[in-house]
Write a protein that binds this ligand. Structure first.
Ligand SMILES: [Ca+2]
Ligand SMILES: [Ca+2]
Length: 367
């Protein structure tokens, strides 16, 4: 039976759930590490801070929306304000699914995460990276990135991370295997990759990121895009293999690429961070083929996992946290037959800013 307003009900439920999760999430903020406590402030100062917090929220919201808009514009090759099937030829199945009004093209609204998603990410950034500490976590155990940039500092990061590495740049690095960063569901969200990018670069790796627009697409379609990029990187850089460092759904996409699209011949390491290897119940609330595939025991996961997890000679690491609010239950981010690394007390996105995560990534890539 067709359920009327099913989409709206799902969206409302997603919004309610994510709001609840945001309210409940426990995790140290960056302010808790580096910025002075505001205890003892006068009422007027508190009011001023509230105002400033609201301004920061607006600033993040504009930044996130602009990021999505840029992604759309990059794929609108003929600049007519809509995405035709020929402009994303690698995702025909997802194109059909996203073209809700069947008019043969994707509007901005159809191709991009909706305003609720933008609001969710905005709230996440403000609550986790701009606010006061919410819990007494042993900070010395797992300090987060010391200086998380705000929207202004991140303005040019998108261009930087998506810029293809040059052969001569790679040659100058101590580590000769290039790293491809793969984002997760409904991203590009390059800002979540910022810490990992900066840390790996500082430690001597050449790093670049891939945009998997439309990020609601199935793992099969996104994996084909990874295959294309990896092959192109190998030609451009003259290397035999690349390392993949991936977030969330990007892990399922990458595993599909390795298992089914010949990636075993091209990938040295796969490091998954907060990837729902066994699915997540939150996926019941999200749109797109990728959300269907992330449901626990989905046909896709049964096929993928049923054929085994680790494919030689690729080396696998899975990094997970007990407080992941998107991978439910969090242990579903543990990949069997991988080197399992545990980052306690971080969330699905804050795990991307943990020093412990950085250390685990470096250790995996140094093997
Ligand atoms: Ca177009
Ligand atoms: Ca349409």
């Amino acid at each position: 039976m067709k359920v009327p307003f099913k989409g709206q009900i799902q969206s409302a439920a997603l919004f309610a759930l994510t709001s609840l999760l945001l309210a409940c999430q426990v995790g140290p903020s960056l302010n808790s590490l580096n910025r002075p406590s505001s205890s003892g402030l006068q009422a007027s100062t508190v009011q001023a801070n509230a105002q400033s917090s609201s301004q920061r929220a607006t600033s993040w919201k504009n930044f996130i929306q602009k990021d999505f808009d840029r992604t759309f514009d990059e794929h609108d090759l003929n600049h007519n304000g809509r995405i035709e099937a020929s402009e994303i030829p690698y995702a025909p199945k997802s194109f059909t699914a996203l073209d809700k009004d069947r008019n043969g093209f994707l509007s901005r609204q159809e191709a991009l995460p909706d305003s609720r998603h933008v609001q969710y990410v905005t709230d996440y950034m403000v609550n986790h990276f701009e606010s006061k500490p919410q819990a007494q976590i042993p900070r010395s155990e797992d300090p987060l990135l010391q200086q998380l940039p705000g929207p202004a500092e991140l303005e040019h990061f998108r261009e930087e991370v998506t810029r293809p590495i040059l052969k001569q740049e790679l040659r100058q690095q101590p580590h000769q295997v290039p790293v491809l960063l793969v984002p997760g569901y409904a991203e590009p969200s390059w800002y979540f990759m910022y810490g990992i990018y900066e840390q790996l670069k500082a430690a001597g790796w050449a790093v670049e990121g891939i945009n998997l627009f439309p990020n609601f697409a199935s793992a099969e379609e996104q994996a084909a895009k990874i295959r294309e990029r990896v092959n192109e990187m190998k030609r451009r850089l003259g290397v035999d293999r690349v390392d993949l460092v991936v977030h969330s759904f990007g892990g399922l996409v990458s595993r599909y690429y390795i298992q089914e699209l010949g990636g075993t011949d091209h990938v040295r390491n796969l490091v998954t961070i907060a990837t729902p290897h066994h699915g997540t119940y939150v996926a019941y609330l999200g749109p797109g083929d990728s959300a269907l595939q992330m449901r626990p025991k989905s046909d896709f996961l049964q096929r993928l996992n049923g054929k085994g997890f680790a494919y030689s000679p690729v080396k696998y690491t899975s990094i997970w946290s007990n407080l992941d609010e998107i991978v439910i239950p969090p242990k579903n981010a543990i990949m069997p037959d991988s080197n399992v690394r545990y980052v306690p007390w971080t969330g699905h996105l804050t795990i991307m800013f943990s020093q412990r995560t950085y250390r685990f990534i470096r250790e995996a890539l140094e093997q």
